[in-house]
Design a protein around this ligand. Structure first.
Ligand code: FAD
Length: 317
């Protein structure tokens, strides 16, 4: 079932969990164990992230280096298929511009068609670690909206070279990302919202937010989005911090603010355990308020936080 239908058909606030494919060379057992421990909360769908390749330089001696292309977490499509088969649940692989040519994307779409996976989250992806700003892959898409257009063409039965797709297709449906506290590259919130509205017009059926800790920012954002004519579900993304270091690292990495009430408690934390308890309690509080306000669904970023997400879900399910 399409994500949008899953969200609309549930009476209770739906949950979704976002998981990462295993690190290259490690097995899928940990992914299964994580999902097993969250299944009792009846996730409506599971997102599987995609990770761009990076260039790494290996020293060969005599001042010579070799440049290798390395994808640390390959396997999004296979992991999505494995989860779909094992749990009979809707899976939502993430599609990226970053690190993918349009042909790479096309092959991914074809693989997904063969597997009967038709729900996607369409994203630009981040810059490579060695880049100062985002650079698309030569022959790749530059923005999420271009990737949407490629998927729309595919849905219409047209390959990137303009040739027709002969097999009957199950059309893809998709959501996109959005940023209650503005995307870091956007000059101002209005422009960021403008591009979100264009992504919705292009065909996105819902938007999932970047993680946030201040519900006011989410509610304000939804209000501004509605005024701008964006009427699709805006699904809040929640990530508890689980380690002391994350209290300062997450706001810097994801360009989000901690509200005063949380910040003043966070500076008192001295151990990972204290940080984990605070992170969990804060997200329980956030989720309770979001549910009270009638959010359609909550998206949990589970990476490194499965235990905390389980503790949160237990309180609010
Ligand atoms: P875009 O929509 O392309 O926007 C990027 C910037 O450009 C914004 O500032 C926007 O305002 C602006 N903009 C948009 N369209 C245009 C245009 N046509 N012309 C000019 N400016 C424009 N990253 C990963 O690598 N893998 C993942 O699996 C992943 N999953 C994510 C899941 C969620 C729910 C979220 C919120 C983010 C995820 N990300 C992931 C991170 C995401 O890829 C980054 O935040 C990225 O920097 C922006 O992606 P986007 O799709 O929002 O980009």
């Amino acid at each position: 079932m399409r994500v949008i239908d899953l969200i609309k058909s549930t009476e209770k606030t739906a949950f979704s969990f976002e998981i990462l494919p295993p690190l290259k060379g490690t097995g899928i057992e940990k992914v299964y164990a994580d999902i097993d421990s969250l299944r009792e909360f009846d996730p409506k769908y599971i997102n599987i992230t995609t990770h761009r390749s990076e260039y790494v330089y290996r020293e060969l001696g005599d001042g010579l280096f070799r440049r290798d292309r390395l994808r640390r977490r390959p396997g999004t499509v296979a992991v999505a298929a494995a989860i779909q088969n094992r749990y009979n649940i809707t899976v939502v692989p993430h599609m990226l511009c970053s690190g993918f040519t349009r042909e790479d994307t096309e092959y991914m779409l074809l693989d997904l068609q063969f597997l009967g996976i038709t729900d996607l989250l369409v994203l630009r992806g981040d810059k490579a670690k060695h880049e100062s700003s985002f650079t698309p892959e030569p022959g790749g898409n530059s923005h999420a909206i271009e990737l949407e257009e490629q998927i729309n063409d595919f849905n219409r039965g047209v390959f990137v070279d303009g040739s027709p797709i002969k097999a009957p297709l199950q059309p893809f449906s998709y959501g996109v990302a959005c940023y209650p506290e503005k995307h870091e590259e956007s000059p101002n919130p209005e422009q960021d919202l403008y591009w979100l509205s264009r992504k919705i017009e292009a065909g996105a059926e819902y938007a999932v937010t970047q993680l946030f800790y201040d519900n006011r920012r989410y509610f304000d954002f939804v209000e501004r989005a509605r005024k701008a004519g964006i009427n699709v579900p805006i699904i809040p993304g929640i990530k508890p911090f689980t380690k002391l270091s994350q209290i300062s690292m997450i706001p810097k990495t994801f360009k989000v603010d901690l509200p005063e009430e949380l910040a003043s408690e966070a500076i008192k934390c001295r151990t990972d355990q204290e940080a984990r308890i605070l992170g969990t309690e804060w997200c329980i509080y956030q989720c309770r308020e979001l549910i009270e306000q009638g959010v359609p669904s909550i998206h949990f970023y589970t990476v490194g936080a499965v235990e905390s997400v389980r503790d949160i879900a237990r309180e609010i399910y």
